[in-house]
Design a binder for this molecule. Structure first.
Ligand code: A3P
Length: 320
C-alpha cells in the first residue's frame, strides 16, 4: 500500500480516482452526513426540503441507525403491506428520505414505506405528529453494527474517504467513541429516539431489535403486522419471514439494488463505476460476529460505556 493510500484509509489510488462522490462529509446541526453524489443538493438544502416534505396518512417511516437491518425490515414491511411474500418493484433505496429529492418522493405511489437514518429532528416532524404516522424503529447491538459498518466502509470508496478504516481498532474507536461518525453517534441516535417517544406518546412507534427478529422471524413478522393493523394470515407471515431470510435476500440483491436512483443525475460511466463500487450490504447477517473483531479489553470498555450512556433507555441490547 502506498503512503497516499494509507492516508486515504486504505483505499487504493485506482479506486479513489474512480470515486464519483465528494470525499468530504458535512456536519449539519452537529450530525455528520455522508459525502454527496454529483448533482445532489447540499445537505443543508436537503434537510430544509425534507422538513417541508408532504406526507400522507398511510405513509410509514422505518427509522434505523445504519447497519441495524434497514434493508431487511423494509422488505418485511413492504411485503406485509402487499399481503404477500413478493418483493416490491420499488427498492428501499428509492424511498430513502435523505438521498431522494422531494419531487421524486412526492411522485411515489401510496402506500409509501420510507426509510431513513436521520434523526427525527431532521424529518417533517410536525407532519408526522399531526398525522400520527406509524413509525417503526429497528435497533441492533452497537458492536455488531460497528463490525458491519467497518466492512461497508472498507468496501466503499465513498465511505472510506471519510472514516478511518485501515484497521478495525481505529475504526471502532472512531465509531463508538466520537461524534464524527456518519449519521452521528449511535448512542445519541438512541437517545433522541427515546426522547421523541417520551415526548410524543400519541405517535405510534414500534421498537424492535434486529436480534429479536433474527431469533424469532415469524413471531416478529406477526407483531409487526399487528402494529401496522394489517390482517395477514399466519401462513403469509411464515412465507414473508422465509422470503426475507438472509440467504434469500442476499440472492435477490443483484437483481434488486440497481442504482436507478441516480440515473437522472449521473452519466452512464459514473453509474457503472458506482455499481462496481457498490458497498457490501448482505454480508453475514448474524448476531455476535463482533466476537471475531473486538479484543477483550475493547469489548469491556464498550460495555461500560454503553451501560453508562444507555442506562435510562428502554432498548434492550442483545449481544449473542
Ligand atoms: P452484517 O454486515 O453484520 O452482515 P442495513 O440494511 O441497515 O444497512 O443493515 C445491514 C446489515 O443487516 C448487514 O449486517 C446485513 O447482512 C444484515 N441483513 C440484511 N438482511 C438481513 C436478513 N434478511 N437477515 C439478517 N440480517 C440481514
Amino acid at each position: 500500500m502506498t503512503d497516499k493510500e494509507l492516508q486515504n484509509g486504505g483505499v487504493p489510488d485506482s479506486k479513489k480516482e474512480e470515486n464519483p462522490f465528494s470525499t468530504e462529509s458535512t456536519a449539519v446541526e452537529g450530525i455528520y452526513l455522508p459525502p454527496t453524489f454529483p448533482g445532489a443538493p447540499s445537505w443543508p438544502d436537503k434537510i430544509r426540503d425534507l422538513r417541508q416534505m408532504m406526507l400522507r396518512d398511510d405513509d410509514i417511516i422505518l427509522l434505523t441507525y445504519p447497519k441495524a437491518g434497514t434493508h431487511w425490515l423494509w422488505e418485511v414491511i413492504s411485503m406485509l403491506r402487499k399481503g404477500s411474500a413478493e418483493h416490491d418493484a420499488n427498492t428501499k433505496v428509492q424511498l430513502m428520505m435523505e438521498f431522494v429529492q422531494n419531487h421524486i418522493l412526492d411522485d411515489m405511489p401510496s402506500p409509501r414505506t420510507f426509510n431513513t437514518h436521520l434523526p427525527l429532528s431532521m424529518l417533517p416532524v410536525d407532519k408526522i405528529k399531526a398525522r400520527r404516522l406509524k413509525l417503526v424503529h429497528v435497533y441492533r447491538n452497537p458492536k455488531d453494527t460497528c463490525v458491519s459498518m467497518y466492512h461497508m466502509a472498507r468496501s466503499s470508496p465513498q465511505m472510506s474517504s471519510v472514516v478511518p478504516c485501515e484497521t478495525f481498532g481505529d475504526f471502532a474507536e472512531h465509531y463508538l467513541f466520537t461524534d464524527k461518525q456518519i449519521f452521528g453517534s449511535y448512542v445519541k441516535y438512541l437517545k433522541q429516539m427515546h426522547a421523541f417517544q417520551e415526548q410524543n406518546p400519541e405517535v405510534p412507534t414500534f421498537n424492535m431489535s434486529y436480534e429479536d427478529v433474527k431469533k424469532d422471524p415469524v413471531g416478529s413478522v406477526k407483531k409487526l403486522a399487528s402494529f401496522l393493523s394489517l390482517s395477514v394470515s399466519d401462513e403469509v407471515c411464515v412465507q414473508i419471514a422465509d422470503e426475507c431470510s438472509f440467504d434469500k435476500m442476499k440472492a435477490k440483491e443483484a437483481e434488486k439494488e440497481k442504482p436507478k436512483l441516480h440515473s437522472k443525475t449521473l452519466d452512464k460511466e459514473s453509474l457503472e463505476r458506482m455499481e462496481k463500487n457498490k458497498p457490501v450490504i448482505f454480508r453475514k447477517g448474524q448476531i455476535g460476529d463482533w466476537k471475531n473483531y473486538f479484543t477483550v479489553a475493547m469489548s469491556e470498555r464498550v460495555d461500560c460505556f454503553l451501560e453508562e450512556q444507555l442506562k435510562d433507555l428502554p432498548f434492550t441490547l442483545t449481544f449473542e
